[in-house]
Design a protein around this ligand. Structure first.
Ligand code: FE
Length: 162
């Protein structure tokens, strides 16, 4: 949760991606599971970036209970559609924060948020790309198998090393 001026923001938790990762593992799709577990790690880094920024500005990050998330997705397409929807929600919150930072003439926060604005473009593009592939594949088993192999190659890059 984030208080900013008169506004309060509660960011959705990337716990959703851990749940998706577990669900893919249970179904024997290790590549999709890998992609989601890396997504989960990267989102935790993004949360830390917000927390550290707030601390550096004398703010107080408030950690709230994590809400229960969905645990079952019928198809990879359904999971990636939920991923895109989640990322779009995050994008909308970051845009809202940016518009408040403009209103408040808070230049430091505007600068910090620019990183997230660029990051969200990438996040949405990546999710959309996988959705497009899954729509082409439909229920073709070999296609799903091949995409699973491809997503197995995603590796985790810690934020500081980027
Ligand atoms: Fe994200």
């Amino acid at each position: 949760m984030l208080n900013y001026g008169r506004h309060t923001f509660t960011f959705p938790c990337p716990y959703l991606y851990l749940s998706m990762s577990v669900n893919f593992s249970v179904k024997g799709q290790p590549g999709f599971a890998n992609w989601m577990s890396i997504q989960f790690k990267e989102e935790q880094d993004h949360a830390m970036k917000f927390i550290n920024y707030l601390l550096s500005r004398g703010g107080t990050p408030l950690l709230k209970p994590i809400e229960e998330v969905k645990t079952e997705w019928a198809t990879p397409l359904e999971a990636f559609e939920d991923t895109l929807e989640y990322e779009q929600k995050v994008t909308a919150m970051i845009n809202e924060l940016y518009s408040i930072a403009l209103e408040e003439k808070d230049y430091a926060t505007q600068s910090m948020l620019k990183w997230f604005i660029d990051e969200q473009v990438e996040e949405e593009e990546t999710a959309q790309g996988i959705i497009d592939a899954l729509k082409m594949i439909k229920d073709n088993g070999f296609g799903i198998y091949t995409l699973d192999k491809e997503l197995a190659s995603r590796t985790y890059t810690p934020l500081a090393a980027e």
